[in-house]
Design a protein around this ligand. Sequence first.
Ligand SMILES: O=C(O)CCC(=O)C(=O)O
Ligand SMILES: [Fe+2]
Length: 460
Amino acid sequence: MANDLEILELEISSENYDTGHQFLPQEIERHNVDNISYNDFYWEYMENNIPVVLCNVSKHWECRKWIKTPREASNGCHDNPSPIFNTPHDGTGKSINYDYLKEKIGNLMVPTADCNREYFNSHAKSEMLFFDFLNYWQQKREDDGPTDASNRDKSTDLLYLKDWHLKAQRMDYNFYDVPKHFASDWLNEHLVLTESDDYRFVYMGPKDTWTPFHSDVFGSFSWSTNIMGIKKWLLLPPGEELKLSDTLGNLPFSIDEKLLNEHNVRYYTLMQSENESLFVPSGWYHQVWNTTDTISINHNWFNACNLKRIWFNLSQQMQRVVAEIDDCRQMDNFTEHCQTMLRASFGLNYLDFLQLLQTISTRRLGKYNNNNTAADLSANPTPPEYTATTTSSKLIFFEHYIPNDYHIQHDLERILQVVELMLQDSVICDDRIVLYRKCIQLKESLIPSLSSNSKQSLSE
Ligand SMILES: O=C(O)CCC(=O)C(=O)O
Ligand SMILES: [Fe+2]
């Protein structure tokens, strides 16, 4: 784990970057996490919306203790020394440390998906106790042995513990560190501050569990770090998925290379190993298979780089909602009704989005009034995580990172650009009372600070 008091600066600058081009690499590139700067990752991959793998990410994370190496597994630490139990499915001889997991986490309720059962274009979901899931997994290993996936029985359940908000449930358990490259995360910054649902997840799945074809919530980015095992990913650049849609515009539930080749789809195949983080850009459809027993941690998020895409998706979804209930336009509170439907279908409505932009800008505007540097903060550490009391003045992300001044200014500029777009939206223009006023207020709060800071940087 990183030193608790270590504060790192997230430094971006505008120099040497020709962004806005969509240059797709031959294959997904890999960088050692220590050899790619925050600035290079920011402009080359996040801003251009290109996938990349960062290697050696999780070597010091506490959650490495969730697995046992072959030496630990055979030195008598295991409760169950059966030979099959010690023949895991990842070919590396590693196995899951069930006892440690039970002791550290406790018997929480966890969400699971049955990968052998499709239910409304998803896998059938249920909840179970964590210990029951671990017992199921342990039993499955013993029953299956190192067999081939093709002759596996599809009529029994194949449970995948996924989308588990473990960090939110066990706030004091520091089992991982967000890599600095992924630390500009407005979604979780806002949600953790306001104590709302977050997008920080743990996944645990036996060999052959999988996630169907999808793109991520709101059109967000995701990062996924493998703690144990190997995942196979098929990833499609935005728009390529349309080649697979049927006459009604529906996309397939599941894909494979054969289907993609038949439809001339451009795609990437990636085998993601232990300790590697994949950056999944906005709007890239993907399907994922656990080719071995796998544990991973992931976040969904957005920031200045993909904010416009999120707004575009939100407004597009709003247009669909409005069209769906257009015959009720005369009813009282039509817009509010649409907002409720939007939140139900998209997970976010206009007010939620504005609220998020408000939090993000208030905290960054506050930074100008309380200009702490990384050195100040290391000498005088702040309380952990974002809590409701650390709002505007303490701009620290995930306990370790502070953005440089250029970063803050850039964030605010991008927010202003999106607010300008929002002010052209027909739903916002029609609702002069709430939404339009909020947009104007936000715009007015941003303009003085941005113009004075750009003047300041010009005179320097
Ligand atoms: O690992 C998985 O099963 C799915 C992960 C995923 O879809 C993502 O990180 O966006
Ligand atoms: Fe995903």
